[in-house]
Write a protein that binds this ligand. Structure first.
Ligand code: ARG
Length: 475
């Protein structure tokens, strides 16, 4: 059903209708559209812009439609242009022309962005809840390996030994920032656009503040032209999704690398691996690879929307219909990837012996030699140079740093005595990293405990926001 046509003498060409039609993807806005219609109806009723008996029958029909949308008994048909026109058809099929009264003081321009804000809030909260579950599994896994040394890397070269619990826990901190971003974003997303009309507001005595609070928004728009044109909240949500994707991709890359025969650190559970159709021995870390690979579309969706918005004239333009599919796709992607990565992390076992064996390789204790001299107040540039010469000596004679003789140490630098050997152990090096946030296991245990506490608090906060949202939706 078309929501316009009075001034037209021709029906839309098939190709034109096909291009403008969005109901095949925007139908998922239906529950939010019905709920925002209920809020609009309330304001029309409150301002006596509708007869009380008509308001009652519209409300009854909207609620009935909401049930039918959920159980699938009301669906869009070929001639429906978008979710709004499909639902208005549903309404008039139930109660006749009086259903059209709901259009007073509202345009699809303020309606569609209100619906999309509700959709985005609902789904970003779902994404946030899944991120907290992933954090839980990362932190639980990290706490199993606090006392297990492993090589830490820069440039994928052995750098300094670290607690493997520290290595795993770092991911939870990246996701904590994503959760902060969602919380900051929520403040800008939870703004109602209803009452902005097509672009200039309304001559009817509407009450945008009332509508906003009816829908659980924290405030209403300040400028009606901006209200119908603003899609920053979509772009920001897409950025957050892309950032989450980037963080997931870094887990994916590590799991792929660590489960290789060359590393042989990670044993990914069979339930999160796949086989090869030709090579019977293969067990591939496909979940990790997909976590990495899906990032492409998450970044792409952000770019797509920013490109649509760039230099777009004000106020509403049909270009804005292109805001939905990227958002839907990014959210669907994360709803798919997050649980799989959470399960993969929770069920992966690491080879403690292999990691411990690898920890000192590549002269990863060379910094200890330099720090030993620095503690004797040798300028660090000289200390660094001396440690480098020790490494060169070891390399040319096929030995490890602790195997150099006292005479050789002293030959490298007059302050470098045999006492340095006490620092040349993996555990000694790790235990000595006691600056805040460092890798000493006692600190790592405290870091993980703090992160677990804030994880629990964030979970509770998200659950209460979700409860409020679903209460609002069911009124
Ligand atoms: N389906 C449209 C969209 O997604 C609804 C708004 C249409 N408004 C208009 N003035 N044609 O943006």
């Amino acid at each position: 059903m078309a929501l316009w046509g009075g001034r037209f003498t021709q029906a839309a060409q098939e190709s034109a209708f096909a291009l403008s039609r969005s109901v095949h993807f925007d139908w998922r806005l239906a529950p939010y559209d019905l709920r925002s219609s209920i809020a609009h109806l309330a304001v029309l009723n409150k301002s006596s812009l509708i007869q009380a008996k008509d308001a009652d029958s519209i409300l009854g029909a909207l609620k009935e439609l909401a049930r039918e949308v959920v159980d699938g008994s009301f669906l869009p048909i070929d001639s429906d242009e978008d979710v709004h026109s499909a639902l208005e058809r549903g309404l008039t099929e139930k109660i006749g022309a009086v259903g059209g009264a709901l259009r007073a003081g509202r345009s699809r321009n303020d309606q569609v962005t209100t619906d999309l804000r509700l959709f985005a809030i609902d789904h970003m909260l779902e994404v946030a809840a899944l991120i907290t579950k992933l954090q839980t599994s990362i932190l639980d896994k990290a706490s199993e390996y606090i006392n297990d040394p492993a090589p830490g890397f820069t440039h994928i070269q052995h750098a300094q030994p670290i607690s493997f619990g520290h290595e795993l826990a770092k991911h939870a901190h990246a996701f904590a920032r994503d959760l902060d971003r969602i919380s900051d974003w929520h403040a800008r997303a939870a703004i109602s656009s209803l009452g902005a009309g097509a672009l200039s507001g309304s001559s009817l005595p509407l009450d945008p503040v009332f509508t906003a609070s009816n829908l659980g928004f924290t405030s209403t728009f300040a400028n009606s032209i901006d209200a119908v044109s603003d899609r920053d909240y979509v772009a920001e949500a897409l950025f957050i999704c892309a950032m989450v994707g980037v963080h997931l991709s870094r887990i994916g890359e590590e799991w792929t690398l660590w489960s290789s025969t060359e590393f042989a650190w990670a044993r990914v559970a069979d339930a999160y691996s796949t086989g090869s159709s030709i090579m019977p021995q293969k067990k591939n870390p496909d979940m990790a690879e997909l976590a990495r690979g899906k990032t492409g579309r998450l970044v792409g969706n952000l770019m797509a929307l920013l490109t649509t918005l760039k230099a777009l004239p004000f106020a509403y333009n049909r270009d804005l219909q292109e805001d939905k599919e990227p958002l839907f796709d990014s959210i669907d992607t994360l709803l798919l990837v997050l649980p799989a990565v959470t399960g993969m992390v929770a069920t992966t076992e690491f080879d403690r012996e292999k990691m411990a064996l690898d920890a000192p390789a590549g002269f990863s204790l060379a910094t200890e030699v330099a720090d030993y001299l620095a503690k004797k107040l040798v300028p660090f540039s000289q200390a660094h140079e001396a440690a480098g010469r020790c490494v060169a000596l070891c390399e040319s004679t096929g030995r490890q740093l602790h195997q150099l003789t006292d005479a050789e140490f002293l030959g490298v630098h007059p302050h470098l005595d045999g006492g340095v050997r006490t620092s040349l152990t993996v555990h000694g090096a790790i235990n000595s990293r006691t600056t805040a946030g460092g890798t000493a296991p006692t600190l790592v245990a405290a870091q993980i405990k703090n992160a677990q506490q804030s994880n629990t608090q964030t979970m509770e906060k998200i659950a209460s926001m979700q409860r409020l949202f679903s209460e609002m939706m069911s009124t």
